[in-house]
Design a protein around this ligand. Structure first.
Ligand SMILES: Cc1ncc(COP(=O)(O)O)c(C=O)c1O
Length: 437
């Protein structure tokens, strides 16, 4: 049923407050029906137009180019609307009792939980809803009983949100940390697994690695690493902050013990959403990080780790809308589009001998190590003509409101779903010009 005028304006006012938009702009965007998704059939007949029309789903300003939707994603309008409508309905006291998250599972959160478990291919009982990957990583690290002298194996490309809990554990309990240096660029899956295997010692209790690293965006062979670790009796915790929404995920198929995600990146959910998978056999072994009424209610299964006190249910309602948005477009179509744009970046960068792609195989037919993130470095380290050129490219991009991750030493490009070829073209022009000069 269409919203009444008063409701439209209420929604605009909340949008302005929550999203920090001027009221006039919020009214323009939210005091009307949402723009429809492009017709599905259009994709077959005119894919360029399909993607151009899809862009209307985001708030992104026309004078900004976002090539860093990896650090934090861009949430489309239907997801923002779902979140804002929930804020309004909860504040108007129209929701069922306990319209928040962080205590027992209510009907709203159960729907999110069901949708997430189906999306990630795991059982609901094995999935906790948390607020980000950092929290998921901390639950695992702080919740495991390890003693002084036990060892954990990490990579040299972990994000602080996955690494620092282990550094604290080392400082506090004497757990020893070892690191695998990931090759740049990756050679082969077998070589990567071999590097992990060789770094194991009889004291290694757990391997902790990012499915897609923040540093370069390399996609690690998670299933093969987990299979190897399991055969050796070593636990695995995969930091999938970047993976959910960027690559298809089947957590049972991966065979890990623990897996954390940040859906506010590539799944485009509202900020402050996370998931934690805990393999069934570990559910009762893991201590909670934040203890509240249900800390030892094992009947809650993984949901025990979602009991951390009053938290924002509206963002979780938005998370469910994000899954629906993603499904409506189609996960395969999304993956193919984002990867195709990243492949263009790889090919353009590869054409410059002064540069070196660091997260894709040297063989152009091999696509297994990158998805929608592509990183490159100067072929010669600083000081060099190539590093000066990279610095110039980064500076020119900043001056023209093209946002990317990194700088003179390494640039990381993220090819999000909303990205248009003309925007990528603007970056390519600056890249070519910087390297020519
Ligand atoms: C691999 C990895 N882990 C953890 C994080 C932290 O994510 P969040 O801030 O959502 O907890 C990031 C953020 O970029 C990341 O790339």
């Amino acid at each position: 049923m269409p919203l009444r005028r008063r409701e439209f304006f209420q929604r605009s006012a909340v949008a302005a407050a929550v999203l920090g938009l001027p009221l006039a702009q919020a009214e323009k965007l939210f005091a009307q029906e949402a723009p429809p998704l492009p017709p599905r059939g259009l994709f077959a007949t005119d894919p360029d137009r399909y993607w151009a029309l899809l862009r209307r789903q985001w708030l992104l300003a026309a004078d900004r180019i976002n090539l860093n939707c990896g650090s934090v994603g861009c949430t489309p309008l239907p997801v923002l609307r779902a979140m804002i409508d929930h804020i309004l309905s909860a504040e108007e006291f129209r929701e069922a009792a306990l319209p928040w998250f962080g205590y027992e599972e209510n009907a709203r959160i159960r729907e999110v939980h069901e949708a997430l478990a189906a999306f990630l291919h795991c059982k609901q009982d094995e999935l906790a809803i948390v607020r980000n990957a950092t929290e998921a990583n901390n639950v695992v690290c702080n919740g495991l009983d390890l003693k002084s002298g036990d060892e954990a194996l990490l990579t040299d490309q972990e994000h602080p949100g996955g690494r620092c809990c282990w550094e604290q554990k080392a400082a506090r309990y004497g757990v020893k940390l070892n690191y695998v240096a990931l090759p740049k660029p990756p050679a082969s899956t077998a070589r990567i697994v071999e590097l992990f295997e060789r770094a194991l010692t009889p004291k290694t209790k757990i391997i902790v690695f990012s499915h897609i690293t923040t540093v370069t965006g390399v996609v690690l062979p998670a299933k093969q690493i987990c299979t190897m670790a399991r055969a050796k009796g070593v636990l695995t915790h995969v930091d999938g902050a970047h993976a959910i929404g960027q690559i298809p995920l089947d957590l049972h198929d991966i065979g890990c013990d623990f897996y954390g995600t940040s859906p506010h990146k590539w799944l485009m959910a509202p900020k402050g959403t996370g998931t934690l998978f805990v393999r069934e056999e570990h559910l009762e072994k893991l201590w909670v990080n934040i203890a509240s009424g249900s800390w030892r209610d094992f009947s809650l299964k993984a949901y025990r780790f979602s009991n951390f006190g009053t938290s924002n249910l509206s963002v979780m309602v938005g998370l469910k809308a994000a899954i629906e948005f993603f499904q409506a477009i189609g996960p395969e179509r999304i993956y193919a589009r984002m990867h195709q744009l990243a492949t263009q970046v790889r090919d353009r960068v590869t054409a410059h001998p002064q540069l070196r792609v660091v997260n894709a195989s040297a063989d152009p037919a091999n696509h297994e190590f990158f998805s929608a993130l592509l990183s490159f470095e100067p072929a010669q380290p600083a000081p060099s003509a190539a590093s000066n050129a990279m610095k110039k490219v980064a500076e020119e991009c900043a001056a023209r409101n093209i946002r990317l991750a990194g700088g003179a030493e390494r640039i990381r490009i993220a090819t999000g779903l909303f990205l248009q070829p003309t925007e990528l073209g603007a970056f390519f022009e600056l890249l070519d010009a910087g390297l020519r000069s």
